[in-house]
Ligand binder design. Structure first.
Ligand code: AMP
Length: 435
């Protein structure tokens, strides 16, 4: 199957070649022709499946032809749960639409200047990517004209509902023309998301993409049990010294701990920074740019800030704290193994948290291989039910297993390669709430 079989405008096909995409992913092969034909879509697909291009390529194909509608408002609106994801989507739109010279886009997210966004809205605009809160602010001031809107995309709809955006989404949907095309992407189409999706679509085509069908390479997953926080820190030290990572994202449960951990790692000589939802947007953007350029080697992030991080050189993800919601596990580990490369995801859990691990495994419908690092085994057994074990009933030896990336130059001894200047990001505003 080739992209040219899917009905995508030739000007966009050229940009895909430049991006190095050779063939469509599963979700792209199914969603693109149907969306170009004008169908409403309900798609369950995970991050890493190529879902962004699955809605942007039909949207841009639409935009490659002139609008027959009056007015100068957006023809395509993409709603995203977080600022980083919205920015990533706009970046992808500009990449795939680079040969549509007239293409005008705007990214309307909180934390960014109103002036810049208002100026963008005062001119004809083709595509808006927005988080619901900031879009509502602009709508309340009467700055958005949806009269010529052709396509509405809800990206990571389940996440937007989790974040409490349901009323905003309903208001936004009501403000758009009833004859619009609606395309909804979500990790799950059950429950509240499914009911909301039914209300806002007409005879939608349902597409379900299995979790394993991602456009990325293989992600090797490990689970390490620890007795307590101290033990987790010792495991983390070992992983960072021995894994030979190029860039690593470490997930923490709270904003304050993400700062503390980034500080600690900076003190140890790593080029580390934190990323969470309370940091000023300009700061978040700068941190992400530094990560993309390789100036930051370790990013300590909360879940909300982690969405939209698409940096192919991230070789390792460490879940220092378990995610609160099982599906976040998938999003977190999807930060590695991007663009066809392999990656490693290591999850640390305290022995008393084995029930949380089991919840994640139930969601995944598979187990995560438990390992141990020699000499750093947990002394307490995980609570009732215990962890899943390998076929011989014993936990696998993480320390003895082959690890992608461990062949790299820094795999043993003092970690030299990632020593770098201390990051200024360390003194981000303090906060104790999560994300
Ligand atoms: P997404 O699921 O949209 O977050 O995309 C995951 C990653 O796959 C991103 O790095 C994309 O640039 C990349 N990608 C998307 N479609 C393709 C494709 N057809 N071939 C190769 N890489 C792709």
């Amino acid at each position: 199957m080739h992209f040219s079989d899917l009905g995508i405008a030739p000007t966009i096909l050229r940009a895909l070649e430049t991006a190095g995409y050779t063939s469509p992913t599963g979700v792209q092969a199914e969603a693109i022709p149907a969306a170009i034909a004008g169908r409403d879509l309900l798609v369950s697909a995970q991050t890493g499946s190529g879902k962004t291009a699955a809605f942007l390529l039909p949207a841009l194909t639409k935009l490659s032809e002139r609008s027959t509608g009056k007015g100068q408002g957006p023809r395509v609106l993409v709603l995203c749960p977080t600022r980083e994801l919205a920015q990533q989507v706009e970046k992808n739109a500009l990449e795939y639409g680079k040969d549509l010279r007239w293409l005008k886009t705007a990214c309307l997210v909180g934390g960014a200047s109103f002036g810049f966004q208002t100026r963008a809205l005062s001119r004809p605009i083709d595509l808006i990517v927005a988080t619901p809160g900031r879009l509502m602010d602009h709508m309340r001031s009467g700055r958005i004209d949806f009269s010529r809107l052709e396509m509405l995309v809800l990206d990571e709809a389940d996440r937007m509902l989790d974040m409490g955006f349901i009323e905003d989404i309903e208001t936004i949907v009501k403000a758009t023309p009833a004859e619009r095309q609606t395309v909804l992407f979500s990790a799950t189409l059950d429950g509240t998301v499914g009911r909301m999706a039914e209300k806002m679509t007409r005879e939608p085509l349902r597409i379900e993409i299995a979790r394993s069908e991602t456009s990325g390479g293989t992600i090797e997953e490990h689970l390490l049990y620890a007795d307590d926080l101290n033990h987790k820190h010792r495991l983390l030290d070992h992983i960072l010294k021995e894994s030979g990572f190029d860039q690593c994202v470490i997930f923490s449960a709270t904003k304050s701990y993400s700062e503390e951990l980034a500080d600690k790692l900076s003190d140890q000589g790593y080029s580390a920074a934190c990323l969470h939802g309370d940091m000023p947007q300009s700061w978040r953007n700068r941190t992400l740019n530094d990560l993309r350029r390789g100036r930051i080697k370790i990013l300590v992030a909360t879940d909300v800030a982690a969405r939209g991080i698409d940096v192919p050189t991230i070789t390792h993800v460490v879940n220092f704290d378990l995610p609160k919601q099982a599906e976040d596990y998938v999003h977190r580990i999807g930060r590695t193994g991007r663009a066809g490369r392999d990656g490693t995801a290591i999850t640390l859990a305290e022995s008393k948290e084995s029930h949380k691990v089991r919840r994640i495994e139930q969601y995944l419908k598979r187990s995560i291989t438990e390992g141990v690092i020699e000499g750093m085994e947990p002394t307490r057994r995980p609570s009732k039910g215990g962890p899943r074990r390998g076929g011989n009933g014993k936990p696998g030896g993480y320390g003895n297993q082959r690890r992608p990336g461990s062949g790299g130059g820094n795999s043993r001894g003092g970690y030299q390669g990632n020593r770098g200047p201390r990051s200024n990001e360390r003194s981000a505003p303090r906060s104790t709430s999560s994300q």
